[in-house]
Design a binder for this molecule. Structure first.
Ligand code: FE2
Length: 313
């Protein structure tokens, strides 16, 4: 695989400090003034100031210089300009408001959490002891930023940029491509593209250890801001990830997720006979009830569109 990792995101918002406080409160580490990371990955969210909330840069890791050349040529075939030098390729998403940086980099490993001992019928794994899921004084910290979801005014053209230009792989589509799940790692998706009236970020997603880590962190958020809950907790169909969608203090939706499908054999996954059968409403295999409308489009999309236009985008 040429691309191997979503390295980090730069997120631009009116008040970056509000996100620093929020995410350090949930266990992220502040690496420097404007960078948040995790124990394994010191840079996961880089924060910048802007008049409106948007992703301003996506940074990806690839294996070697030959990958950069292939990406440069793939972009050129689409008419997308890029610059290359010192092991880094830079280009801009032709439809959205962010730059894309591809770096020759090692794939940063993730430290596995201690195994969970789950008692299932006929198969007890934990006896005569209390569960760490029940007796855990503080939520386990976030592990990494795993994916981002963009609203696009032309999903097919956005898919061409990421798949044919940058080399993302197709994992699943909803309703013939209205929503398209792409990966640049073994995760089922590092990117989802879906329709929107103006380019926007739908959500960014933070991986947690397991369902308890999602529950404990999410509870902490809704205890402070009950209205921040958007959707969850549930399990998605595509990607299979457990999810809880919430709003951060800058109005950006984020997902706490765990247990996503992993794809290490492209052919085995592509052979999935159901790949094109999903309809747009096959969202969760189970859920607590319907999502708020923000799940599909930010509630402040009109203000975002106005601020975006005022910023000359
Ligand atoms: Fe997600």
């Amino acid at each position: 695989m040429a691309l191997h990792t979503l390295l980090d995101l730069e997120l631009s918002v009116p008040d970056p400090d509000a996100l620093v406080g929020f995410w350090t409160g949930l266990g992220m580490e502040r690496t420097d003034d404007a960078t948040l990371g995790t124990a394994d990955r010191p840079s996961q969210l880089r924060l910048a100031e802007s008049t409106y909330r948007h992703v301003s840069e996506l940074r990806l890791g690839c294996t070697d210089e030959a990958d950069l050349v292939a990406i440069r040529d793939g972009l050129a075939a689409l008419g997308v300009a890029s610059t290359m030098g010192d092991g880094v390729l830079r280009c801009a998403d032709p439809l959205a408001d962010h730059d894309v940086v591809v770096e020759v980099a090692g794939a940063p490993p993730l430290t596995a959490p201690p195994p969970r001992e789950i008692n299932r019928p006929g198969s007890p794994a934990r006896v005569n002891r209390r569960s760490s899921g029940a007796v855990r004084p503080t939520p386990a910290p976030p592990r990494r930023v795993g994916h981002v979801v963009f609203g696009s005014t032309d999903v097919a053209r956005s898919v061409a940029f990421y798949r044919d230009g940058l080399g993302f792989k197709l994992s699943d589509t909803i309703d013939g491509g209205i929503g398209t799940f792409l990966r640049c790692s073994t995760d089922h998706h590092n990117l989802l593209l879906m329709p929107a009236p103006v380019p926007c970020m739908n959500h960014y997603a933070v991986e947690m250890d397991d369902v308890d880590a999602i529950g404990l962190a999410g509870m902490r958020v809704v205890t402070e801001q009950p209205e921040s809950a958007v959707y969850g907790i549930g399990r998605h169909v595509l990607g299979a990830n457990l999810f809880w969608y919430l709003l951060d203090p800058q109005g950006g939706m984020f997902e706490l997720f765990a247990d996503m499908d992993q794809i290490t054999d492209d052919e085995a996954w592509e052979a999935d006979e159901y790949r094109d059968d999903w309809d747009p409403f096959t969202i969760a295999s189970w859920e607590p009830g319907p999502s708020k409308p923000d799940f599909f489009l930010p509630a402040d999309i009109e203000q975002l569109a106005e601020a975006r236009e005022a910023a000359g985008r």
